[in-house]
Design a protein around this ligand. Structure first.
Ligand code: GRF
Length: 205
């Protein structure tokens, strides 16, 4: 089924771009109705504007309190009939009130094989630095549903890659990012095709 997607970004937005490209190539049926960033300089907002997608900078600082901020987000999701929220490098916490209202409708992409190298403080290049420090022989990316924890929701999809000898954290990040782009689009396809089995830990058949 065609989903109305909201994408939350904080930075470069290459994961967002992978969804835009997949839509333009008709690989996925869904449409991005809304892009929100908590960083007014996020390149992801420019990617949205360049593709004529409603792209908005929203910061908690703009509201009198957290409840007002949450109301604003919820109203935007409702007004755009959002069925699926994608956290694509979104470096802020989604409040429990939104998680409860969009249970199993918020997906995060994380640049490691959860439960390794995830949780508080594990974001961006740090994830890859820690993986190299530990000496792992494989790493990869994970998509998962968002719950009240950090990177603790049910895993939807993972894909692993070997960690080459002497690779730098920067180059490992680039390799993993390619996997992120791939499994994020495949995850959206799974959800569109209703192939996610919400009753099991392994959420797809
Ligand atoms: C990606 O590595 C993502 O997994 C992580 O932050 C990075 C964002 O990249 N959460 P981009 O903004 O999508 O290019």
């Amino acid at each position: 089924m065609e989903l109305n997607i909201a994408v939350m970004v904080s930075g470069n937005g290459t994961n967002l771009q992978s969804i835009i490209d997949a839509i333009n190539k008709n690989e996925i049926k869904s449409k991005i109705r809304l892009i929100i960033s908590n960083n007014k300089d996020a390149y992801g907002l420019k990617r949205g504007n360049d593709n004529n997608i409603n792209s908005i900078y929203i910061s908690k600082k703009q509201f009198k309190d957290i409840s007002d901020y949450e109301n604003n987000l919820l109203n935007l999701y409702k007004k755009n009939k959002i069925d699926l929220i994608i956290l694509a490098g979104y470096l802020d916490i989604i409040s429990n009130r939104i998680i409860e209202k969009y249970e199993n409708k918020i997906v995060n992409i994380h640049p490691s094989l959860i439960p390794s190298f995830c949780g508080k403080k594990y974001y961006g290049i740090k994830v890859h630095e820690k993986a190299l420090e530990y000496g792992v022989k494989i790493t990869g990316a994970t998509t998962h549903f968002v719950n009240e924890g950090i990177d603790t929701g049910s895993i939807i999809m993972q894909e692993a890659i070997p960690v080459e000898e002497k690779i730098t954290a920067e180059n490992l990040q680039k390799e993993v990012l390619k996997i992120e782009h791939k499994i994020l689009v495949e995850t959206i396809k799974l959800i569109e095709d209703d192939k996610v089995n919400y009753n099991k830990n392994t959420l797809y058949n």
